[in-house]
Design a protein around this ligand. Sequence first.
Ligand SMILES: Nc1ncnc2c1ncn2[C@@H]1O[C@H](COP(=O)(O)OP(=O)(O)OP(=O)(O)O)[C@@H](O)[C@H]1O
Ligand SMILES: [Mg+2]
Length: 410
Amino acid sequence: MKFNPFVPNGIAYPGMFIGRLDEIQTIEQALFQTLNGNPQHLLLTGERGIGKSSLLFYADLVARGEIEDDHTNFNFITVSTDLAGISSQVGLIKQVARELRSKLRQHQKLQDKARKVWEFLSNWEVLGVKYNARDDELDPDELLDDLVTICDQLIGSEQFDGVVFLLDEADSPPAAANLGEFVKVFTERLSKRGQPHLLLILAGQSLLISRLRESHESSLRVFQIVDMHPLEQSERRAVVQRGISIANEKNERKTAISDDALDLIAMLSEGYPHFVQQFSSSAFQVDTDDKIDIHDVSTGAYSENGAISQLGAKYFSKQYFSKILSSEYRKVLDYMATHGDQWVSRKDIIQNCGVASTNVDNALMALKSREIVLADDARRGFYRLPTRSFATWILAVGRSGREDFFGDSA
Ligand SMILES: Nc1ncnc2c1ncn2[C@@H]1O[C@H](COP(=O)(O)OP(=O)(O)OP(=O)(O)O)[C@@H](O)[C@H]1O
Ligand SMILES: [Mg+2]
């Protein structure tokens, strides 16, 4: 048995975390600004699996001084939580307060002032301890005021550089939770109290932007938007190589990987970090001779329960059904996938995908009704795939069994 270092199902731990240099610089800059009293709040957006949670975790470590920045060793107290399952503003404030309390508890040496905040938090009615009030009986505005006071006092205790809220899955609360209003009112009340040492970093799918706007027209103005893209070519290879070297530190039997296997993973993944991790993990798993080559990559990808089917089940479950494997639908999807998530006209599809026009129409209707393809509201006859990573997956599925798959060496 060998330790498999790849993490297709979890956030990239610091040793495994590659790239994102611009994003990290932006985060460090935002922390530095906050330290100096002029916070620049951040919104990390991007497709599912692009690496938002991993970047948030990295930001958490930098903010706490666990990872040293070039210039400064920060000492923020961080409140990291995810907002999945939050349905109201009261729920949101409670969740943040609970996390803050548990963070403070972990600090061994809380000085007097900060200890008072912790004690206050522990008794806070918002946690339902005293009154056991239901969420809908609590006044969100009062709670927000309490949270402002708590943060104000905590920062005032001068034990920390300030407070950083890292809120993941920020696109998931419904409009009723009023996240945009929370952001706007919370940051404004803090600044009115002359308290500028608080930073918000929110992460979520791109939908988060419209959610915030819906909730409060000007809440977006508070944020700098950091849109995350797939990894660069060299970073894709670096993720695989890093994994292999982590494995080689732990395992007695060392693993090698061929250059063309690295390239194949980089190509199949198109830089989506969750794809890189999954293809690498599956290749590592099927390798038996301690040398990962392109056959290991392809067996790992295409075998039953291999990388392709794992990714399909995890990320595209709605789309992942037998119909798209029928050859005419596949041809339509294959052609559309060459355009990523860009609009393609029906005419273009008919001309290029090799399927008769009535069958293309049937396929588009069926795919649209299952939300596998989207139709343009503004222009008749234009369609696209919902995400680029879905297009990447479709293309990867399509490569199985193709003669060119193994390149020249097959
Ligand atoms: N910078 C990176 N280097 C290496 N691997 C990464 C990196 N970022 C993310 N990953 C890997 O990619 C996968 C997805 O990462 P992560 O969970 O952070 O994405 P996400 O955008 O939060 O996804 P979701 O939208 O599903 O919450 C994980 O397997 C993670 O280990
Ligand atoms: Mg995530």
